[in-house]
Design a protein around this ligand. Structure first.
Ligand SMILES: C=C(O[C@@H]1C=C(C(=O)O)C=C[C@H]1O)C(=O)O
Length: 389
């Protein structure tokens, strides 16, 4: 048998890919039709039972076509995630028409290649056609840029799975007039990046923002005689190392950002936790409404009386109203030694009856309470197909 002609096979592959794209686009249009019907019936966007039935059937059909179950599941998890996010965006635009914009101005920490920059690109990819990027040198500058109207949105990192909550951002949220309107999680894959043909044992100085230093503390403790130099952001560290062009310096950053500065990774996966994610919040001058069909989160801050059990009493109000708390952080209140401000994230829409009732009751027992925002939950957990074996 003569071997297939490579050029011809590639032409056939390209044509098959075009058909796949057309089908994906057709499926997306159908998802929008589904969103339109849910708008009328107020049915939730997510229907995990339907997803499960769909996956089981697709796995079965895939088997008959020689496609393994894991592959089919992965592909359709990604297709369904897109479908859910698309529908959520449709419903959100419907309920907040004033936020629909062709062009948005976004402030974030650092410059091109920073984690915040990558997160901004990811978040706005499905929300605006054009993003005007506004890199800032500090969190204060970011907040100021949006408060003064020079940008429409800001992205702020709020927590990381390795290093925990980002205190500076929590403290800023106590005083800003901005509102949380969104959130997203991005994988953070730290590498050690260099500008020359060098090796790890030759490195004497590492440039990094302080957050990656905390997230990679275990790896850094295995290196001898290393000086850590602080940079304004991860991207700033990459830029410095790229300018220095020395065998004995390196930066901690992501490989995608490193490529922008001509750096190569000599160590990958150096974060303490292999599943290293950062969660970002998106803030704007005006709060948004979250459609009832979408899972919502509400973030509020409160302080309670200095007496036994007052925090427990506040949390019991959430329990009585069947509201799940997914995060609780405490931060000192400047000027009031040993008093704490509590940051609470709950899985609830601020306009739901339960949440209204809880906020009314909390208002009666707390010394201060302020809602920072209600926003769609970014957490689209993939549905598990239960396959009978
Ligand atoms: C499209 C729908 O909305 C969501 C997305 C699904 C999909 O893309 O297949 C399936 C179920 C829902 O979670 C639907 O309800 O049918």
């Amino acid at each position: 048998m003569s071997s297939p002609d490579l050029n011809q096979v590639r032409i056939d592959i390209s044509s098959t890919d075009s058909q796949l794209l057309e089908l994906l686009s057709k499926r997306r249009k159908l998802s929008i039709n589904v969103a339109q019907s849910k708008l009328a019936t107020t049915k939730p966007v997510r229907d995990t039972e339907r997803e499960q039935q769909l996956l089981v059937k697709l796995i079965e059909q895939g088997k008959a076509l020689n496609l393994d179950a894991l592959y089919v599941t992965q592909v359709f998890h990604s297709i369904i995630e897109d479908s859910v996010l698309l529908q959520q965006a449709y419903l959100q635009n419907h309920i907040n028409p004033e936020t629909v914009a062709h062009k948005v101005r976004v402030a974030f920490l650092g410059q091109q290649g920073s984690y915040s920059h990558l997160a901004a690109q990811k978040y706005f990819a499905r929300r605006a056609e054009e993003v005007i990027e506004h890199g800032c040198a500090s969190f204060k500058e970011i907040i100021n840029t949006v408060e003064s109207g020079r940008a429409d949105y800001a992205l702020l990192p709020i927590e990381n799975t390795s290093s925990g909550g980002i205190n500076e951002v929590y403290d800023i949220l106590q005083h800003t007039s901005l509102h949380i309107v969104g959130e997203l999680s991005v994988p953070v894959e730290h590498c050690l990046l260099v500008a020359t043909d060098t090796e790890e044992h030759k490195i004497k100085t590492i440039y990094s923002h302080f957050q990656p230093v905390a997230q990679c503390s275990e790896y850094l403790s295995t290196l001898n005689d290393i000086k850590i130099e602080q940079a304004d952001s991860s991207a700033n560290a990459l830029e410095i190392v790229s300018q220095l062009q020395r065998d004995d310096v390196a930066a901690i950053g992501n490989s995608e950002g490193g490529r922008l500065y001509g750096l190569t990774p000599i160590q990958t996966g150096i974060a303490n936790q292999k599943q290293n994610y950062s969660r970002f919040i998106v803030v704007a001058r005006k709060p948004i409404d979250v459609a009832a069909q979408i899972p919502a989160k509400t973030t509020f801050i409160m302080s309670v009386k200095q007496r036994p059990g007052s925090l427990v009493d506040a949390l019991l109000i959430l329990k009585q109203n069947k509201i799940n708390m997914c995060k609780l952080e405490s931060r000192p209140i400047p000027g009031n030694p040993w008093e704490e401000m509590f940051y609470v994230d709950v899985e609830s829409n601020v306009d739901s009856d339960n949440m209204r009732n809880a906020l009314k009751n909390l208002g009666e027992i707390t010394t201060f309470i302020k809602i920072l925002g209600c926003y769609p939950s970014d957490d689209i957990k993939p549905t598990n197909p239960t396959v009978d074996s």
